[in-house]
Write a protein that binds this ligand. Structure first.
Ligand SMILES: Nc1ncnc2c1ncn2[C@@H]1O[C@H](COP(=O)(O)OP(=O)(O)O)[C@@H](O)[C@H]1O
Ligand SMILES: CC(=O)OP(=O)(O)O
Ligand SMILES: [Mg+2]
Length: 397
């Protein structure tokens, strides 16, 4: 049998590394292999590799009870996955979180582009180094292999000036201190799903809640992003697992002036010690918090839900109305409780859930009498990247 051509997609996150291989010659881009390394940087690293039919091929807890850094995880995943690849890799697509003002579409990742993207690290310290590390290591081993970067920021690139601008001096705006928005590959995938999954709202005004490790909201009008809750960095907007979201800038001044916190301590605090972790004092993980019978865990979840609901109302104003809501990503797809808590705040908008459908994580979870539909749509950033890579490769440059 002739060897298959594979498109490999790498989504290197702050605490996870996901790799998926797609059949490049199949018009439906079927998945051939999937590797997920979770718990990187924690004492519970876990690597699972499965085939296209979701059969587990490898399931390991490497160096149990010992933390693994991103480089070690990458090497281990590459060593385990490479012999199992069911074909020849013809291109690699990467999720790159920050594209800054310049990168508004997929691009070949050569050394020159890598330098420009590395310069954006201060704007995404949690993500950018992890995103770029696998690109460099593949470039060293297979310099001939096309590697294509797909950006979280790109889907938001044509926001209106009033959306993009921060109320700070223009010189800062000109040097790139502006609102970009993130999770764009996820929102683009959801926008592409709406015509089939929720055709009644696809051409309307929809707020999508991407609630995962990082949380954000996107205002979609006719499938295009017109605003987002995230801004200059992935610290803005909603509270997240360990990030605070929107924060009174006076708190930062207080920390610098009164607590004498320097840049590194500030980064550690803002990216790792805030959000649900700080609110609960227990965990940044909604699944862990949901399993606890603990007032602090309840407080943290109720807090997140209130802020998600307030964010949805704000974006409904930006849209001039609201035709529907979509929940997606780890929490949005799996936490019936978080969805119920959020939608309870939105009763004034005529939103009501069907509790049974919500518990089942059904595609439509709103009650028949709800004035606006509420959907749960699983996101698929990897597939979105694979589609971009295929289009990129078939377009003359
Ligand atoms: N069954 C579940 N119930 C509640 N929360 C869940 C469930 N599965 C995943 N989550 C939550 O989703 C979040 C991770 O989301 P995910 O989109 O996978 O993150 P990442 O940004 O790392 O891709 C965690 O808070 C996790 O607890
Ligand atoms: C941009 C961002 O916050 O991404 P993630 O949810 O993967 O952390
Ligand atoms: Mg994510």
């Amino acid at each position: 049998m002739a060897e298959r051509d594979l498109l490999l997609v790498i989504n290197a996150g702050s605490s996870s590394l996901k790799v998926e291989g797609f059949d490049a010659n199949d018009s439906a881009l079927s998945t051939c292999i999937r590797g997920t390394f979770s718990g990187i940087g924690t004492v519970h690293p876990h690597l699972v590799i499965s085939d296209g039919d979701d059969n587990t091929l490898i399931d390991v807890l490497p160096m149990a009870h010992q933390s693994l850094d991103a480089d070690q995880a990458q090497t281990l995943l590459a060593d385990q996955l490479t012999p199992l690849l069911p074909g020849r890799v013809v291109a690699v697509g990467h999720r790159i979180v920050h594209g800054g003002p310049s990168f508004d579409r997929p691009v070949i990742l050569d050394t020159h582009v890598l330098e420009q993207l590395a310069a954006l690290t201060p704007l995404a310290p949690l993500h950018q180094p992890a995103n770029l590390a696998p690109v460099r290591s593949i470039l060293r081993r297979r310099p001939d292999l096309p590697q294509i970067g797909c950006f979280d920021t790109a889907f938001h690139h044509d926001h209106e000036p009033m959306v993009e601008r921060l109320p700070i001096p223009e010189a800062l705006h000109e040097e790139g201190v502006r609102r970009y928005g993130f999770h764009g590959l996820s929102y683009e995938y959801i926008a592409g799903q709406l015509p089939t999954v929720a055709p009644e709202i696809a051409q309307g005004r929809v707020v999508v809640a991407h609630l995962g490790n990082g949380c954000s909201l996107c205002a979609l009008h006719k499938g295009r992003s017109i605003d987002s809750s995230m801004g200059f960095t992935a610290l803005d907007g909603l509270p997240m697992g360990s990030r605070p979201g929107r924060l009174d800038a006076g708190v930062l001044l207080y920390l610098m002036q009164q607590k004498r916190l320097g840049p590194e301590a500030m980064e550690q605090l803002l990216y790792h010690e805030c959000g649900l972790q700080a609110l609960s004092g227990i965990s940044s993980d909604v699944q862990v918090l949901s399993a606890k019978s603990d007032a602090r865990a309840d407080f943290a979840l109720a807090y997140l839900a209130r802020r998600v609901a307030m964010g949805i109302s704000e974006l409904a104003t930006a849209l001039g109305g609201l035709d529907g809501i979509v929940f997606t990503a780890g929490i949005g797809e799996h936490s019936a409780r978080l969805r119920r808590l959020t939608c309870t705040w939105l009763g004034w908008l005529g939103i009501a859930l069907d509790d049974t459908a919500n518990q089942r994580h059904a595609s439509c979870i709103s009650a028949l009498h709800s004035e606006r539909p509420v959907h749960v749509i699983p996101t698929d950033e990897a597939r979105m990247i694979a589609e971009h890579v295929r289009t990129f490769l078939s377009t003359p440059h």
